[in-house]
Design a protein around this ligand. Structure first.
Ligand code: NAP
Length: 265
């Protein structure tokens, strides 16, 4: 299927690896010009090289990057100084750390809310009205399956991302955006094989005194697909949400979790 987005411009945050990279790769393969953002310059440049060398990249799709912390005002200014108009925005940053809420003070909460709620909202504020004026726009927020099935030790993520989810449910349904072909959706990953997941599993193994392999097996056994997701699979779902064909899908929370969420709705 031709997604009809070749030549569009995408901003993909948290894109040097993992799920963000998967989204950038899928969009580049659709012929989209992509600006990748992450803090670490070395990994970012390596990601750009990999995308430019991708044989599936149509020649006209350009790949650029900017090293910036997307959760800061200065970081976002740096990004928008590179280019101010985007047709597609994928919001993403690292997830907050696990822990016990008894140990989190206001500063810890503000950091989590800043990264996982206010930053995506700032990115939407900076882009969606321009998208509406041009008659095309797609925002995909990478959130988490924890929004639907909260994980006890990830209270910062459960809380901050639920705030974003509530905001998106309202803003995506405003006629000013929806009638102008601007869609805003949240993509909810279950367990994907990324550096973040590896770090979570290693920490779990250390906490429980079990080998990493045993923790990995227990995690995959709890997923009906019996495996972790691949960032390419996540990227493909993201690219579809950014397609012309997905213009009637907005304000949705789409789980991509190999069947792990056990509910009907
Ligand atoms: P990852 O492999 O650790 O990759 C995170 C990416 O985001 C890296 O490119 C990182 O580069 C960048 N990043 C982090 N903080 C940033 C910031 N402040 N500004 C700009 N870029 C930043 O993580 P992932 O597994 O792809 O996860 C992506 C998101 O999905 C996270 O929010 C995570 O909590 C969520 N999630 C993941 C899973 C999973 O199974 N993988 C499940 C549920 C939810 P730098 O560090 O160099 O900036």
């Amino acid at each position: 299927m031709d997604f009809g987005i070749a030549g569009r411009w995408a901003l993909v945050c948290g894109a040097s690896k993992g799920l963000g990279f998967g989204c950038a790769q899928a969009l580049v393969r659709e012929g989209v010009h992509v600006l990748l953002v992450a803090r670490g310059e070395q990994a970012l440049l390596a990601a750009v090289e990999k995308l430019r060398a991708d044989p599936a990249r149509p020649a006209q799709a350009s790949v650029q990057c900017v090293a910036a912390d997307i959760t800061t005002v200065q970081g976002r200014e740096k990004v928008f100084a590179m280019r101010s108009e985007f047709d597609i925005v994928v919001t993403n940053a690292g997830g907050p750390p696990p822990g016990d809420f008894r140990n989190w003070d206001r500063e810890v909460w503000i950091k989590a809310v800043d990264a996982n709620m206010l930053t995506p909202i700032e990115l939407m504020k900076a882009t969606v009205d321009g998208m509406a004026a041009r008659g095309f726009g797609r925002v995909v927020n990478i959130t988490s399956s924890a929004v639907k099935a909260p994980i006890d030790i990830l209270g910062l993520s459960n809380g901050a991302r639920s705030g974003l989810t509530g905001f998106v449910a309202g803003v995506a349904r405003t006629a000013k955006l929806a009638s102008a072909n601007v869609t805003i959706n949240n993509l909810l990953p279950g367990s994907y094989d990324t550096d973040r997941l590896k770090a979570t599993i290693a920490a779990g193994a250390q906490r429980s005194g079990q080998p990493v392999q045993a923790v990995t097996q227990a995690r995959t056994a709890a997923i009906p697909a019996r495996r972790f997701g691949k960032p390419e699979e996540f990227g493909a779902a993201c690219a579809f949400l950014c397609s012309e064909q997905a213009s009637y899908i907005t304000g949705q929370n789409i789980l991509t979790d190999g069947g792990a969420y056990p509910g009907t709705y």
